[in-house]
Write a protein that binds this ligand. Structure first.
Ligand code: GRF
Length: 214
């Protein structure tokens, strides 16, 4: 089954491009209904245009979070969306915004990719902090979004090694390449039926699995 998504981005849009390329190649059964950007001129806009996807720019400068999110919610609600996909969207989504995109079980239909093995190194400097810390194994995480930053249920993780001669740049480049593989894979798994995840705070993990699905 195909899923309808909106992609929210703020910057260069390489994850957006990986998703759009995978869809174009028939590897992901999804349709990007909208690319919504909060930074005028962001690279993600050119990428969306290249793939013929509708774009909307809703700058947040000079607006309160509430004012900005009201516009974002209104725009997203124009579409029948199965998931909202965050790809370098540099804004925290408020609980109020998330509440508009809740599934029947109370999970939010919002997915994020984060450049670390969560729960290590949340925040906007995932690669930098992992590198500065001196990790030997680094990684990326795709997760459902919840009310806390970089915190929701983990859908997928992939690891990579820090090599002895890595610079921050080579380290980040290797991680980003993995992001571009794992994000489309997760979307395809959801389109194909769902991605299971473990819920937190329970001793009996086997009894406490859930599935992110359409
Ligand atoms: C990626 O590293 C992603 O994990 C993080 O922000 C970055 C966005 O890069 N959330 P791009 O705009 O997709 O190139």
């Amino acid at each position: 089954m195909s899923i309808n998504i909106a992609v929210l981005a703020s910057g260069r849009g390489s994850n957006l491009e990986a998703i759009l390329a995978a869809i174009a190649e028939g590897k992901v059964d999804a349709k990007v209904k909208l690319v919504l950007v909060n930074v005028p001129g962001a690279g993600a806009l050119d990428i969306a245009t290249k793939y013929g996807v509708a774009t909307t720019v809703i700058p947040n400068a000079g607006m309160t979070r509430k004012e900005h999110e009201e516009k974002v919610i209104a725009e997203l609600k124009k579409h029948e969306l199965d998931f909202i996909v965050l790809a370098g969207y540099m804004r925290v989504l408020s609980a109020d915004l998330l509440s508009h995109f809740k599934d029947s079980r109370g999970f939010f239909k919002v997915i994020n990719i984060h450049p670390s093995l969560l729960p290590a190194f949340p925040g906007i400097r995932g690669y930098e902090e992992a590198f500065e810390y001196g990790v030997k194994i680094a990684g990326v995480t795709v997760h459902l979004v919840d009310e806390k930053v970089d915190h929701g249920p983990i859908l997928a993780q992939a690891t990579f090694e820090r090599l002895p001669d890595d610079t921050l740049e080579s380290f980040k480049a290797r991680g980003l390449k993995i992001e571009h593989e794992i994000y489309p894979q997760v979307l395809q798994s959801i389109a194909k039926g769902g991605v299971s995840f473990f819920q937190r705070h329970t001793a009996d993990a086997t009894a406490d699995r859930e599935t992110a699905r359409r």
